[in-house]
Design a binder for this molecule. Structure first.
Ligand code: ATP
Ligand code: MG
Length: 325
């Protein structure tokens, strides 16, 4: 069995992840091309503000809209989401900002310090860190739920950030809880202020919106746990640093019940007896690959050598694809 299987598995989601710079975007782009060539309608999404899918395909997908990838056989579409822009868009759609502005009004309220102490939580950072990511993940789910695409390939940010997204329901629960407590506390003050300044009866839909978002993420998380629908492809390089990070990643994936049957060991130094550096690196890499195989016995491992040039543009992606699949 090899990574080739993934093309015929009829998966709805393929997530590609690993340490920074190991080859996630190259693998994600290549898989997306292979799936499209196999007749699937594919959407590749990245939330990397550095716009790496554009670089990988050597095209511009940075406008924040779904763009058909020209030059690929079949139906491949790409989207680069800018987390900040996604937040703005969602805020617009619910008619009010879910940003720092909205919460800054609370900061000036007398007694917030007491409330903070009372709740025993750090309310200094409202919205809490991760809100941007939560919003862009919600955006991704919107596209992923779309029946238009057979498979959604997600080029994830380096390890850590991705899995944080899976905690969004719990994160929102605690966030919602805190908001509700705050609302109760503030309601008296608000009523008083309104009677003083004659403010209108504006309906605050933030909590409802966050509730809806949480439901969405819970539904998506179920899909992400289903091996018939989802696979997380671990990408690593044969260095101990990358292996340790992958071990941590596997722990987290298991904890969240995300299926991860495949791994790509990328950038292996080929042997070359004319070059002592290459021989040394190759020996080290072979030893580490042995370790990888014993550390991840249930994983289908695909090994790929370091090519002599960068993987950029459709031509190079095809070369990489021949090796990968
Ligand atoms: N097997 C390989 N041979 C040669 N170059 C490679 C190989 N794999 C990846 N590269 C190159 O290494 C660089 C990093 O690859 P890529 O952008 O795919 O990694 P990434 O994991 O997505 O990085 P980031 O964490 O920054 O998003 C790119 O320039 C890519 O072309
Ligand atoms: Mg990348």
């Amino acid at each position: 069995m090899s990574l080739k299987e993934i093309v015929n598995m009829d998966l709805k989601y393929i997530l590609v992840g690993g340490k920074g710079g190991v080859g996630k975007t190259s693998v994600a782009s290549t898989l997306a091309i292979a799936l499209a060539e196999a007749g699937k309608r594919v959407l590749i999404i990245s939330t990397d503000p550095a716009h790496s899918i554009s670089d990988s395909f050597d095209k511009d997908f940075s406008k924040g809209e779904i763009t058909k990838v020209k030059g690929v056989v079949g139906d491949l579409f790409a989207l680069e989401i800018n987390p900040a822009a996604a937040g703005d868009e969602i805020s617009k759609s619910i008619g009010q900002p879910i940003g720092t502005d909205q919460f800054s009004q609370f900061a000036a309220i007398p007694g917030l310090g007491e409330l903070q102490q009372g709740l025993g939580q750090d309310l200094q950072s409202i919205p809490p860190p991760g809100m941007d990511e939560a919003l862009s993940f919600a955006k991704i789910l919107e596209y992923a739920e779309d029946e238009i695409y057979d498979t959604v390939v997600l080029d994830t940010a380096p390890t850590g950030h991705t899995l944080r997204l899976l905690n969004i329901p719990e994160f929102l629960d605690s966030f919602l809880g805190r908001m509700l407590k705050m609302k109760t506390f503030l309601s008296n003050a608000m009523t008083m202020m309104k009677s003083l300044f004659g403010g209108g009866q504006e309906k605050d839909r933030t909590v409802e919106t966050l509730e809806a978002m949480k439901e969405k993420v819970l539904v998506a998380r179920d899909k992400l746990m289903d091996p018939e629908q989802t696979q997380f492809v671990k990408v690593l390089i044969p260095t101990m640093m990358s292996i340790f990070e992958t071990e941590r990643l596997v722990e987290e994936l298991d904890q969240h019940l995300i299926p991860h049957k495949f791994a790509v060991v990328n950038q292996i130094n080929p042997p070359n007896d004319q070059c002592s550096y290459c021989m040394h690196r190759n020996k080290e890499h072979r030893k580490n690959i042995k370790y990888i195989k014993s550390a991840f016995p249930d994983t289908i491992i695909t090994e790929i050598e370091a090519l002599d040039s960068e993987i950029r543009g459709l031509k190079m992606l095809q070369v990489f694809k021949e090796k990968l699949l």
